[in-house]
Ligand binder design. Sequence first.
Ligand code: NDP
Length: 314
Amino acid sequence: MDVYDIIIIGAGSAGMSAAIYAKRFGMKTLVIGKVVGGLLNDSHNVENYPGFPSIPGFDLMMRFKEHVESLSIPIKEEWVETVTKNDDGTFSVKTEKERYTAKTILIATGTKHRHLGVPGEERLAGKGVSYCATCDAAFFKGKDVAIVGGGDSAAQAANLLAQHASHVYVIVRKDHMRAEPLNRERLEQNEKVDILYETKVVEVLGENSVEKIKLTKPFKGSDELAVQGFFVEIGADVQSELAKPLGVERNERGEIIIDAESRTNVEGVYAAGDVGNRKFKQAITGAAEGCIAAFSAYDYLQRKEHGREARFGY
Ligand code: NDP
């Protein structure tokens, strides 16, 4: 049976960056990720990844993938069900198809889209309710749409939808948006866009598809807004369930607690990217943490197996 030096769970920016570094350290490396590219695939345009002034998130992640594959690192597009520690100190990773063994584990499982949890949302999902503007914007040509959320995802989705829809409403629960100033300014200057502050959506209405949304505060005299599309862009929840049975510590938001070297409290287990307890979560920080985690895992194995620390460039 193959024993990998490292199994990287998650194929987003953190996981793929880690794979590139691990392989170049000479580690026997496997990446397992159900969605290659992760949530960044849904980002319409990434404009803050150095070297790429403007690139669709999907295209950026396909470049990561090509880079990983150019190093002959296998990527298994499988869903990891459990990770357990064996008596000999190795880890078993069970997917819906196979069981793999590794000396170290990197959890880079990122996040999943948060749902609003209001009546009508689940029933009309895929029938006008969407969690991915990049995927669905083109279906709303000439229609009116609303987006709920006040962060960069909402701002980006609104800017994209304004290229297709006839009118775009952005529903923000606070009296301000927390999106990057550049993203927010573009929205404010777009005459197809109305931003409704201090307003919440309490229901999505429609027989077979979205027809209206119900608001907590009237807009132009009505607390119902006629829209055919409703986009939920209210952030994401971490996917850290795999960490729990391993005894890996998490905080109250479920984020895996890591130190400056991407180590968890469990020897041989690392975490990187959006699943970790970092305040700033971007493609570039995920990639950087992946690099750090790979180095830490390499250093751990060097000490354990050869009694020497890994040293590069210092
Ligand atoms: P964020 O967590 O940054 O923002 C979520 C937004 O949704 C907040 O405005 C929040 O409101 C609002 N919200 C949360 N729950 C509800 C609710 N139940 N009802 C109404 N509104 C709600 O998530 P994003 O997905 O926007 O961004 C995630 C990360 O990805 C951030 O770090 C962001 O910077 C990054 N990103 C960067 C992009 C870029 O181009 N640079 C593009 C996309 C994402 P409140 O403010 O009141 O908490």
